[in-house]
Design a protein. Sequence first.
Length: 120
Amino acid sequence: MNFHRLQIAVTLAGLLVLLPGCTLLTYPARLWPHFGKKKPPRATLKVDQLMGSITIVNEDASFVLIDSGSLPSPAVGAILKTHTADATPVELRVTQIRKSPFYVADIVKGLPKKGDQVFQ
């Protein structure tokens, strides 16, 4: 009878040692404090999107005609920039979309040239 009680006591002691109880639920959080927390979003690199090239420049009326080719036309009111050879900043604002693939933009700042690429 004593042997049977000793066997039960050893089994229960083993179970108590092997099963840590509720601490198992918090164990990963204690080892790694950031376990289960969402990471903050990474800052994304802003890349200019090609919108077409300037086909006609009318400096007197202060507008340009842009050919988007097979690219989608931007929304009316969108601000566009050009990359010129002399690196002077040029800013354009889309005023109306003509027959696809052409659209008109007012010259806001700078002196665009025919053939300059337009980016959004």
